[in-house]
Design a protein around this ligand. Structure first.
Ligand SMILES: [Zn+2]
Ligand SMILES: [Zn+2]
Length: 386
C-alpha cells in the first residue's frame, strides 16, 4: 500500500494540503476547503493505509469509492501530457539498414529494396483506456494503444521497450518548438477515430477473452442444470400420464388433467428459468479513455522501395533509436500488428494476408484496401478485419 499512500500524498499536496507521514503507514494532513468538501474529511485529518491504523485514522483502501473520489479531485488534470526524449550523442545510430529490414519485412508476394535512411523526429501517441465488463461477475482492467503518427505504425513492441525508461525522468523533457515541427502534425479526429476504434476493440476483446470463456462455462453449467432438473420433472409426469393410458373413470380423468397441467407448468417454468439466466449473464462492457501521452522520439526513417509485378511504391518505417527496434511496416487494411504484408496488384496496397483473401462467396481473390465494402465481382460484403 506504500505506492497508494504516496499517490494520495501527491494528489493532496497538488490540491494544496499540507501532508506529513505518520506511523504506521498513514498520513496526517491539514486540508483546505476543496478537499474537505470532496472527501468529507475534517480540516485536520489522519488517514491510514495499512492493516494497522494510526490512532483516530480514517481507513483508506482500494475498495469502496475512494479511487472515484480521488479521481473527482484530479478532474481532467493528468489526462494528457507530452514529452520529448533526448538521447546522449553517443547513442548508436542504425549501422546496417538492410539487415534490419530483412527482419522487419515479410513480403511473400513482392520484393523490396532499401532506398535511404534519414535521422529525424517523430510524434507518437500512447493512449490508455479502462474497460469494465459486467455480467454475473465484474472484470476491470487497462489497455494501451500506441501509434507512430508519422508513419501510422502500431507501436506495441516499441512502447514495451520504452516503458521502463518512462518511469524515470532521465532523458525526458518538455518538447522544444522546432522538434515539435520536425515531428510533423498530429492526426485529425477522423483519422484518430478510424485507427483507434478497431484496435481498441480487438485489445479489449483480447483482454476479456479468459473472463468471457469462464463466464460461458458458468452459463453452460447453469443451463444444463436447469435443463436436467426440468427434464426429470417432465419425464416423471409423462410416465404418470402413460400409466393412466386406457384407465377410465372420473378419478383417472382428474389425474390425467392434473398431470397435463403439471407438464405445461414445468415447461413454462423451464422457459422462465432460462430467461433468468439470460438476464443474469447479460454482458455489458464499457470502455473509457483515461490518458493520452504524446511522445517526441528520435528515429531513423527508412525509405524502402516495394515492387510487385510492374508496379513499385515507396514505403517508410521508423527505426526507434531508444528501443533499438524497427516498427511493423505500414498496413492499408487490417490492424497490421505483425510483419507479414501482401501487396495488391493494382495500387500496391500493403495489407494483412486476409486483406487479399478469396471472396467467401465467389472465390475470387481481391484487395480489401481497393474494395473496402464488397467483392468487386459478386458484391458480397467484406468481413471485418478481426
Ligand atoms: Zn465475390
Ligand atoms: Zn489494393
Amino acid at each position: 500500500m506504500a505506492a497508494f499512500r504516496d499517490f494520495v500524498a501527491d494528489v493532496l499536496e497538488l490540491e494544496g494540503a499540507a501532508v506529513e507521514p505518520v506511523e504506521p503507514d498513514g498520513l496526517q494532513l491539514l486540508a483546505p476547503d476543496a478537499i474537505r468538501k470532496a472527501m468529507g474529511w475534517p480540516e485536520l485529518a489522519r488517514l491510514g493505509f495499512g492493516a494497522a491504523l494510526p490512532r483516530d485514522a480514517i481507513p483508506i483502501g482500494l475498495e469502496g469509492d475512494w479511487l472515484e473520489r480521488f479521481g473527482a479531485l484530479l478532474g481532467q488534470r493528468g489526462r494528457w501530457a507530452e514529452r520529448q526524449l533526448t538521447l546522449p550523442a553517443s547513442t548508436a545510430q542504425l549501422a546496417d539498414p538492410e539487415r534490419v529490414l530483412d527482419r522487419a519485412l515479410d513480403l511473400p508476394n513482392a520484393v523490396w529494396r532499401f532506398h535511404a535512411v534519414t535521422a529525424t523526429w517523430t510524434r507518437c501517441l500512447l493512449l490508455t483506456f479502462r474497460y469494465t465488463a459486467l455480467s454475473d461477475e465484474k472484470r476491470e482492467g487497462l489497455v494501451w494503444l500506441g501509434f507512430n503518427l508519422g508513419t501510422g505504425a502500431v507501436l506495441d513492441e516499441v512502447f514495451e521497450r520504452l516503458r521502463p525508461s518512462m518511469r524515470g525522468d532521465t532523458g525526458w523533457q518538455p518538447p522544444e518548438p522546432d522538434i515539435r515541427i520536425a515531428a510533423g502534425p498530429a492526426w485529425d479526429a477522423a483519422t484518430l477515430e478510424r485507427r483507434v476504434r478497431p484496435l481498441l476493440d480487438a485489445r479489449v476483446r483480447d483482454a476479456l477473452s479468459p473472463f468471457l470463456r469462464a463466464m460461458r462455462a458458468r452459463l453452460e453449467r447453469d443451463r444444463s442444470r436447469v435443463h436436467h432438473y426440468h427434464d426429470d420433472l417432465r419425464a416423471a409426469s409423462l410416465r404418470r400420464l402413460a400409466a393412466l393410458d386406457g384407465a377410465d373413470g372420473d378419478k383417472a380423468e382428474a389425474e390425467r388433467r392434473r398431470e397435463t397441467l403439471r407438464v405445461a407448468a414445468i415447461e413454462r417454468e423451464h422457459l422462465a428459468k432460462l430467461d433468468d439466466l439470460r438476464h443474469n449473464y447479460a454482458l455489458r462492457v464499457t470502455v473509457d479513455w483515461v490518458q493520452a501521452l504524446e511522445l517526441y522520439l528520435p528515429v531513423q526513417r527508412i525509405d524502402v522501395q516495394v515492387r510487385r509485378r510492374k508496379g513499385e511504391r515507396l514505403i517508410r518505417l521508423d527505426w526507434h533509436r531508444m528501443a533499438r527496434l524497427t516498427e511493423p511496416p505500414p498496413c492499408d487494411w487490417g490492424l497490421g500488428l505483425d510483419r507479414v504484408r501482401l501487396v495488391c496488384d493494382d495500387k500496391l496496397h500493403l495489407t494483412e494476408p486476409a486483406g487479399q483473401a478469396a471472396c467467401v462467396s465467389c472465390g475470387r481473390a481481391y484487395c480489401r484496401a481497393c474494395h473496402p465494402v464488397a467483392c468487386p465481382r459478386c458484391a458480397t460484403a467484406v468481413r471485418s478485419a478481426d
